[in-house]
Write a protein that binds this ligand. Structure first.
Ligand code: HH2
Length: 276
């Protein structure tokens, strides 16, 4: 099994580590530390040195309560960084909901489009279908502005899985090869702590659905609720969550702390008897 990710073919025999670089002034997880292109590129190189298999860059914060940014502002944040990273040895994913930026990013060498809106925006599927980039389809309930107000599900696992299966089908119907599709239950996106825990507990069901599963739990508020710790002190909880997700079949771990995650995965793989 492999993921077609632009010109890269990434084996999925063991979990890949996706290192996050937020180009926003207002991300919950790193609060504007990488908002200049130089700082962002330096951070991306650091994460690659630490063992990231994919770098995810994003120019719009999606934290609960965030308001959106204009296409122009998002372009100004993302494209200069992408242009500097695209020729490197590690595939670059662009985290965006905007079809126009998806097109620009693919033209500028992005290998993956990571859409928290599961390509639901008009024109999004058409913007990506004819390329060879990987596509991450994420579930959310509501929009970042209001999603944590009162999330409700009768059966969170069944509903999120049904949504992701439908979205994967819609993308396949547009001619996208199965090897390009990734699904993500969207931890923290319109979910209570109990919803998030139930999704993690049952992650095998997503892994059994077919497409590779991405889990993005790193530093999120569910970990703050469980540990009582501030965002910058959630590395141990993040590693624990990533390891649980990996054991339950996640094939891409979206994390801020690459070195720590890589070490945990190395131990797990060794215990499984893999030759490293
Ligand atoms: N989480 C965030 C952003 N993008 N994409 C996917 N596929 N899955 C996720 O869980 C996910 C995501 C939120 O985290 P972060 O990028 O650190 O923060 P912010 O949105 O505030 O920039």
């Amino acid at each position: 099994m492999y993921l077609q990710c632009g010109k890269f073919r990434l084996p999925l025999a063991h979990p890949l580590i996706m290192g996050v670089v937020n180009l926003t002034p207002d991300s919950f997880s790193d609060a504007g530390k990488f908002a200049t292109p130089q700082a962002a590129v330096a951070q991306a190189h650091r994460l690659c040195d630490e063992g990231a298999d994919i770098i995810d860059i994003g120019g719009e914060s999606t934290r609960p309560g965030a308001s959106g940014v204009t296409l122009e502002a998002e372009r100004r944040r993302v494209l200069p960084v992408l242009e500097q990273l695209a020729a490197g040895p590690v595939p670059v994913s662009v985290d965006t909901q905007k079809p126009a930026l998806m097109r620009d990013a693919i033209a500028a060498g992005a290998s993956m489009i990571n859409d928290i809106n599961a390509l639901l925006a008009p024109g999004a599927i058409a913007a990506v279908a004819a390329s060879d980039v990987a596509l991450c389809l994420m579930h959310k309930q509501g929009t970042p502005a209001s999603m944590q107000v009162d999330p409700h599900y009768d059966d969170v696992v069944a509903e999120v899985l049904a949504f992701l299966s439908q979205r994967a089908e819609a993308v396949r119907a547009a001619g996208v090869a199965a090897e390009r599709i990734v699904i993500d239950p969207g931890f923290g996106f319109g979910k209570t702590l109990e919803h998030n825990l139930e999704l993690l507990r049952r992650l095998e069901r997503f892994a059994a659905a077919g497409p590779a599963v991405l889990a993005g739990i790193s530093r999120k508020s569910m970990l703050g609720r469980l540990t009582g710790r501030a965002v910058e002190e959630r590395v141990y909880a993040s590693v624990a969550a990533a390891l649980i997700a990996a054991q339950k079949g996640a094939r891409i771990l979206r994390v801020h702390d690459v070195a720590a995650t890589r070490d945990a995965i190395a131990v797990w793989r060794a215990v499984q008897g893999e030759n490293l």
